[in-house]
Design a protein around this ligand. Structure first.
Ligand SMILES: Cc1ncc(COP(=O)(O)O)c(C=O)c1O
Length: 438
């Protein structure tokens, strides 16, 4: 393996540098990417023979571990039967089974599943559905309300709904206007929310329930959503739960919005839907939404679709993944992770270099005290990320927010290794400052 890796690595890394544009990556601040040769369970196996614990579940989506035999089996069986077919005018068993399975797993009240292939497209479809829902009824409602610090993806509609900042600045003049309220839900927020909804120009309120991921693993109480949701109900404003990150048990319950007193009208799912192995997304609607599109009038059709909509292989994998997610073993594993996170969080709290240590479900997060070095481009992200990588755990802090979010199949010893490393990191930063990490 040694000789293979030493000859392959420079070649591949150089070829990568010559031809590939990586996401969220500034080529002018080049950092050699990890060359990943294989992955199994919680481990990413690098070309140089080292392995790393996938501490952020490959961008929050891998819940059952890499190369899970049930998912591999489902994909290969489906590939040899029906690989892909257009989804307008055709259908297939894997998609039908998945739609039925998801509707059964969601809180009552959802009735139709619209397929796409990533989190941003799930959100785009949700926003378009909400606006057209009103248009189909002869009402012009095109305002969206969103939460401060939200993230809903990188396509134009999703970007408009998300918090504005360095990601969106070049496009600001092209993004539709969005009203924002906070997750604190103070009296001013509630008053403004009520006022906006009463104007009858708001199509929908979109939110990430329970945890705002990219905003910095902000954990908040869903009770505030109940307040907003009640106002939505009163003024018939549609509620869109973006569960692209929180879905499938990540925050504790199967769906983070399942604790809302009134369920949302639309829910967006992706990421863990296939346990992060194939691109797939769902925008699931209540009967009220779906009904508004049923008409002999063609102009009321939802004219939206993507080439890989409901790809059969991805659907087959999602069915296998859903069965694993619904098992007692999986909920036991999630509870075990949460309990271990809580014990670790208690130990971390005594260190003065960090603050806001928090746990929700299988997510453990804390903020490195950073003065004005906060925000996505804080150098802490790079320094801390390199520290953890060198010691066997792949983490990708969001600015000064360090978080650990492993696949549910993480073993006790891997959990212990990562928690111990987090404690060592925090102890060193407290003793010697972040600059001591190199
Ligand atoms: C809540 C939320 N919505 C939407 C998205 C966009 O998903 P994708 O990256 O698959 O487009 C993300 C991605 O992190 C997300 O966290």
């Amino acid at each position: 393996m040694e000789s293979r890796s030493s000859s392959a690595k420079p070649n591949l890394i150089e070829r990568d540098r010559q031809s590939i544009w990586h996401p969220f990556t500034q080529a002018g601040m080049y950092q050699e990417p990890l060359l990943v040769r294989a992955a199994k369970g919680t481990k990413l196996i690098l070309d140089d023979g080292r392995d790393l614990i996938d501490g952020i579940s490959s961008w929050w989506c891998n819940i059952h571990g890499h190369g899970h035999p049930a998912l591999v089996e489902a994909a290969s069986r489906q590939f040899s039967t029906l690989d892909h077919v257009l989804f307008a005018g055709c259908t297939h068993e894997p998609a039908i089974t998945l739609a039925e399975g998801i509707l059964a797993a969601l809180p009552k009240g959802f009735s139709k599943v619209f397929f796409s292939d990533n989190g941003s497209t799930a959100v785009e479809a949700a926003i378009k559905l909400a606006v057209q829902y009103w248009s189909n009824q002869g009402e012009r409602r095109n305002k969206i309300i969103a939460l401060t610090d939200s993230y809903h993806g990188d396509t134009f509609g999703a970007m408009a709904a998300g918090a504005r900042g360095i990601f969106s600045a070049p496009f600001d003049t092209m993004l539709f206007e969005v009203e924002r309220v906070s997750t604190q839900g103070n009296a001013d927020d509630i008053r403004r929310f009520e006022q906006l909804c009463a104007e009858k120009r708001v199509a929908a309120f979109i939110f990430e329930p329970s945890v705002q991921g990219a905003g910095g693993m902000i954990m908040y109480d869903n009770a505030v959503l109940d307040q907003y949701r009640e106002i939505c109900r009163k003024h018939e404003v549609l509620a869109i739960a973006d569960e692209v990150m929180t879905g499938f048990g990540r925050t504790g319950p199967l769906f983070a919005s399942s604790t809302l007193t009134i369920p949302p009208d639309i829910i967006c799912l992706s990421k863990a839907l296939t346990s992060g192995s194939l691109p797939l997304a769902l925008t699931v609607c209540s009967e009220r939404v779906a009904e508004a599109f049923v008409s002999p009038d063609h102009s009321r059709t939802f004219f939206h679709g993507h080439t890989y909509t409901a790809n059969p292989i991805a659907c087959a994998v999602a069915n296998a993944s859903l069965a694993l997610t619904l098992s007692d073993e999986c909920s036991g594993a999630r509870m075990k992770i949460e309990a271990a996170h809580r014990r670790c969080a208690e130990r971390l709290q005594s260190h003065s270099a960090i603050e806001n240590t928090r746990v929700r479900g299988t997510i453990l997060a804390f903020d490195v005290r950073a003065g004005d070095q906060t925000g996505y481009i804080s150098t802490i992200s790079r320094t801390a990320g390199a520290y953890f990588r060198a010691r066997g755990v792949l983490l990708r802090p969001l600015g000064n927010v360090v978080y650990f979010m492993p696949p549910y199949c993480v073993t006790d010893s891997e959990l212990n290794q990562a928690h111990t490393l987090l404690e060592e990191f925090v102890a060193q930063v407290t003793r010697q400052g972040i600059s001591s990490l190199g």
